[in-house]
Ligand binder design. Sequence first.
Ligand code: ZN
Length: 361
Amino acid sequence: MDRTHYFSNSYREAREKFLQAASSGELSLRSYAHPLPGRDGEELAMDAALFGPADSARLLLLASATHGLEGFCGSGLQLALIDDEDFHSQAAAAEVAVLYVHGVNPWGFSWLRRWTHENVDLNRNCIDFDNPEGVPDNPEYDALADVLVPENWPDPEADERLAAWIGENGFDALKDAVQHGQYRHPDGLFYGGSEPTWSNLTFRRVLRDFGGHCKRLALIDFHTGLGPEGHGEKILMLDDSAEKSARARRWWGEVTSLTEGDSVSSRIAGPLACLLPQECPQAKVTDIALEFGTVPPDVVLSALRADQWLYRTPAVDAETRENIKRLLLSAFYVDRADWKSAILDQGINTARQAVSGLSAA
Ligand SMILES: [Zn+2]
């Protein structure tokens, strides 16, 4: 069966399909309007659609587009799950409500950026900005900032300097330096911000509006851009207790951890998952990111660097702009039926395992 129709070619199309699916599936919907318009002039919003009773003690939250354009994958997966009657029957029988949060960073989804409109990586933004000691340093990024995002693009001299750094320290060290996040270069890569972003504050509202009753809360946050093509890695972003790690491994089997260093992702501060225990303190929380591989990491980094140069250089001809956006999109979304099929199989299975886990926990 061809399931590619769950995926979309734009945020506007994805949102229309999501709203339509939520209404025909009789899910209860609440939309949180974003202050800015989208790339096609459309309205942007974080949309939350609930399957099951609002006062359920068990809640599974499925999130897309925390990293903007990674929503092309996550939205398709959400659409497939909403349309999966077996999945909803399983959830109803297990007394698990399912909350689909579509477009956590709708601006980045629409405008084809990984960051929010504040140029912030939302998965680095959920730290305590009132405590200056809690804002991480990143001296490696500081040293590489101008080489990573040079004044001109392409810039062979910057590439040479970066290659020399990799020759000395290894590509994994570069990946760590960049992915770790940084809080000193507001127009740089993986910037964590200086205050909570719109998406951070709005996701908190969603949690307060829908998560006040649950005793057991699970999050699967759909991501792309790391790991082997088509492979879904389950990552504990917030490995804050041995009990939670053990529970996640009971539910899902093989789970990697940023803390233990066995993940495709580097250690980071302030992922979105930090907000769950803060806004739903009554709940026992189990959260993972499900990270799907696309293209090799050097290709992803190169696309992000080009797009960051574009962000800093607004007066660029349309062809250059389109080329960079195409490059960026292809780094985070493989527009091929076999990739999408692999994503759907793994994503649906992971959601089913979460429903089983929530009912047994
Ligand atoms: Zn991501």
